[in-house]
Unconditional design. Structure first.
Length: 202
């Protein structure tokens, strides 16, 4: 595990702060994690976002028994399920942390979440965003169909990431062109004023 306060390798920059993600995507992802939790029959479905030294709940399912709330943060380097997923870049399945010497001290046990299934999310190919995961308060081995379901939702979210980036790139290009146009207009106006002043002084 990394030391508390350390940054996850490949952690993303400010481009994907939740306040910079359009609300329509957050609403879409809310419906997605609600459906994910329902289909997986778990109390908690989450989209997690990595920060320089913490991990944050970006979206939490509206399901009975979910102890996680949006914007809740936890320090890295404390034995979190999601941190292992982010560091390894691989899925993680923990059927029952209480029966696993590797996981029987992890912080999520304080919330009663003993079973975990999660996979990493990437903002870009190698730029880590966080995880998408489900947690349960009872033993779950999570059959292959649930793993496939999370991979499907991962694809949906990462496609949304790419669309957000395309939209931002287009907006930036439009802003640049507008700036060039306004600068050109100003220069032409100044040139006409100089010409007029020159004629009046002849």
């Amino acid at each position: 595990m990394s030391e508390p306060g350390s940054q996850m390798p490949g952690a993303m920059d400010a481009m994907a702060r939740p306040d910079l993600i359009p609300s329509e995507y957050l609403q879409k992802w809310q419906s997605l994690v609600d459906l994910m939790a329902q289909l997986c029959e778990v109390p908690a479905g989450l989209i997690m976002r990595t920060l320089p030294s913490q991990i944050e709940v970006l979206v939490a399912s509206h399901t009975a028994g979910n102890p996680y709330m949006p914007h809740h943060k936890a320090d890295l380097g404390t034995g979190l399920y999601c941190e292992t997923v982010m560091k390894s870049g691989k899925p993680l399945l923990v059927p029952n942390a209480l029966e696993d010497i590797v996981w029987n001290m992890n912080p999520d046990l304080e919330l009663g979440m003993i079973a975990y299934l999660g996979i990493p999310l990437y903002w870009e190919e190698r730029e880590l965003f966080g995880t998408i995961c489900v947690l349960d308060d009872k033993t779950r081995k999570f059959a292959a169909r649930y793993v496939d379901l999370l991979w499907h939702f991962k694809d949906v979210i990462e496609n949304d990431f790419r669309q957000i980036q395309r939209t931002r790139a287009l907006e930036a290009e439009q802003a640049h062109l507008q700036e060039v146009f306004l600068r050109s207009e100003q220069q032409q106006r100044q040139h006409r004023q100089k010409q007029q002043k020159h004629r009046l002084n002849r």
